[in-house]
Design a protein around this ligand. Sequence first.
Ligand SMILES: Nc1ncnc2c1ncn2[C@@H]1O[C@H](COP(=O)(O)OP(=O)(O)OP(=O)(O)O)[C@@H](O)[C@H]1O
Ligand SMILES: [Mg+2]
Length: 239
Amino acid sequence: MIDIDAITVRFGGLVALNEVSATLSAPVAGIIGPNGAGKTTLMNVVSGFITAHSGRVMVEGQDFLALAPHRRAQKGLRRSFQKEQIADDLTVLENVLVQTDWSLTGWSAKRAEAMDMLAVVGLADRADKIGGALSGFERRLTDVARCMVGKPHLIMFDEPAGGLSVDETRQLGDLIVQIHTLTGAQTVIIDHDVELISRICAETLVLDFGRRIAFGPTADVLADPRVKAAYLGTEEVAQ
Ligand SMILES: Nc1ncnc2c1ncn2[C@@H]1O[C@H](COP(=O)(O)OP(=O)(O)OP(=O)(O)O)[C@@H](O)[C@H]1O
Ligand SMILES: [Mg+2]
């Protein structure tokens, strides 16, 4: 469970997050909202890339913002970025093993775990393929495997379906819903694909201009007039 309590982030005069609170307890929880709403900023606060001006984040009862970023990783926090973090000159297996560098587990156990997770994401037969030769979808799947090793407790994906086809997005969704059963980790996912979010997230937080405009069961949230207005507003601006 991740308990976000009154998080405020300012960049100069811009309030990127304005006292945002939500307790995410579903095995897969979603964060949605128009461009610039503050979604990535919230992930950056939880993972330690930026420091909140005020507020608190508790993960499994532990005050996370008091921990250095590497300690958060040791406590089982994993995240992916809008752009995959895959080294082009390492193999798929090496890209996954890098994630377990800090773990005290022995080499053969790390390798076995990495191969297990590559099997889960469907890349076991491409473990020796070099990062630079991977397709966009293979890069994304490698990123997911990287998040699943080393006994994760909380995995945060930032727009994992970005750039994927409809079929790839469906496969990715099927994979993400298995993560809790396979690893015990809770997953939080940001995405603009509302169909994906409604299919795999039991609960969803909606941000707009740094504020929480809705939070709760995903179906209720998507039916909320304020949420519809936020998305309609975006479309109007885009036209
Ligand atoms: N490091 C930064 N310095 C200054 N402003 C920033 C910084 N990071 C984010 N912002 C601003 O904060 C606001 C929230 O940005 P954020 O990246 O969290 O949005 P987002 O909801 O993830 O949007 P998107 O869907 O486009 O990824 C935006 O106005 C953005 O320009
Ligand atoms: Mg973002």
